[in-house]
Design a protein around this ligand. Structure first.
Ligand code: PLP
Length: 427
């Protein structure tokens, strides 16, 4: 009887995977809390929440129960002309906790489509008002997804190289790391002053894919204030930062100025099922509220607001908003900070960054690229220790499900320390 991974090789094309160099996938048979368990019974700590989606652990019994109940009530129905309790309830509950000013929820399927919708809304918003604002501004090295609009507002990189001729023009401002913050803010103001910027999009506080690059709430606040001053829409892409990752429920909760549009996905369902949300202010919604059919938003997906998935999101919110979950996030934040202090002086550590429950360690290397040999070495090193970690080039990071225990965290930290020793022995 062939194994799952043998059968996989015959029929599957994996995402973000150089199929020739990495021809064999690990077949996961079961998920349990922070662990992914393979077909041979090996238990891997999911230190990156399976691409940043999982909040409460795998196969959470509460989410499973709610989803199972919903499946036999209403599994799915069309969402144009029809509605249902899970979608309405989820929208009500999200609007209660989202940053101030969010008044409407538009559903889609994933992070890229949540961004795609936000881009279309912001371009059509000005079009509907008869105002000529067509430019988009984003942060250098941003990552907003893999569909064409989302790629266009993402930094040009190895991810977008093959499609560069087909991506619309976007102005990128410098990443506001430490000493570059003022320059970045000044460049944004220079662009906004021209009066033709439809929207500014950013991953608030933490740029994920670019290497868990972090910047201050003060800079974010200044960006947003400038956008308000020059009448430009603000899109906060909270696909990765949402649902507690940065220490607050949303990264934008750390500032006073509200965005006009917020994109959500990943942790929205606790990582159990795919769902995208584009939340908007009343003003954005109102620009489409018209008798003129040319002014409506022509966008929707077959599985928009799938009731089963909305139910998973409601169950995840129940868990997320419990005091015990908040306590776990605080515990992780403190543990990360103590660990950072313990390795900051290591000669192989180029930088350590932490925002909330996310910690990133940049290792010194001569080849800091996404596909560097070091990346492959690091990936395998942690797999051998039964830890799922997908380094971003020479940057390793922990972005765990909130159910991770101190014992499991300490195990991950101790393996990182072992890695540093191993690298020293190699040099
Ligand atoms: C900030 C951000 N936006 C959008 C996306 C795209 O989400 P998805 O992979 O669900 O399409 C990601 C994915 O990593 C992300 O980190």
């Amino acid at each position: 009887m062939p194994t799952i991974k043998e059968r996989d090789k015959q029929v599957i094309w994996h995402p973000y995977t150089p199929m020739k160099a990495w021809p064999e996938a690990i077949a996961i048979a079961k998920g349990e809390g922070v662990y992914l368990i393979d077909e041979d019974g090996n238990r891997y700590i999911d230190a990156i929440s399976s691409w940043w989606v999982n909040l409460h652990g795998h196969s959470h019994p509460y989410i499973a129960q709610k989803v199972s109940e919903q499946l036999s009530v209403l599994e799915h129905c069309i969402f144009a002309g029809f509605t249902h309790e899970p979608a309405v309830r989820l929208a009500e509950r999200l609007l209660e906790i989202l940053p101030n000013g969010m008044k409407k929820i538009f559903y889609s399927d994933n992070g890229s489509t949540a961004v795609e919708v936000a881009i279309k809304m912001s371009l059509q918003y000005w079009n509907n008002k008869g105002i000529k604002k067509k430019k988009l501004v984003a942060l250098q090295n941003a990552y907003h997804g893999d569909t064409f609009g989302a790629m266009a507002v993402s930094g040009r990189s190895i991810f977008t190289e093959a499609f560069s001729d087909f991506l619309f023009d976007v102005a990128f401002i410098p990443f506001p790391s430490g000493e570059h913050a003022e320059q970045s803010i000044a460049v944004l103001e220079g662009l906004l002053q021209k009066g033709d910027v439809a929207a500014f999009i950013a991953e608030p506080l933490v740029q994920g894919s670019s290497g868990m690059n972090m910047y201050s709430a003060d800079t974010l606040e200044q960006y947003f204030r400038l956008c308000k001053k020059y009448d430009t829409l603000i899109i906060a892409d909270e696909v990765m930062t949402g649902f507690g990752r940065t220490g607050t429920l949303f990264a934008c909760d750390q500032i006073n100025t509200s965005p006009d549009i917020v994109c959500l996905s990943k942790g929205l369902t606790g990582g159990s099922m795919p769902l995208g949300v584009t939340a908007t202010s009343q003003a954005v919604f109102d620009a489409f509220y018209d008798d003129d059919k040319m002014k409506m938003l022509y966008h929707g997906h077959s599985f928009t607001a799938n009731p089963t998935i909305c139910t998973a999101a409601l169950a995840s919110l129940d868990l997320l908003l419990q005091q015990s979950c908040e306590d776990s996030r605080k515990r992780i934040i403190h543990a990360h900070a103590a660990f950072a202090t313990s390795i900051i002086a290591d000669p192989l550590v180029a930088a350590i960054r932490q925002t909330g429950t996310i910690i990133a360690i940049e290792l010194k290397t001569d080849t800091p690229s996404y596909h560097s040999n070091m990346r492959d070495f690091l990936y395998q090193f942690f797999l051998d220790k039964k830890i799922v970690m997908r380094p971003l080039g020479n940057i390793i990071y922990i972005l765990p499900p909130y159910c991770i225990t101190n014992y499991e965290l300490n195990y991950v930290y101790s393996c990182i320390k072992e890695l540093l020793e191993e690298l020293k022995n190699q040099n």
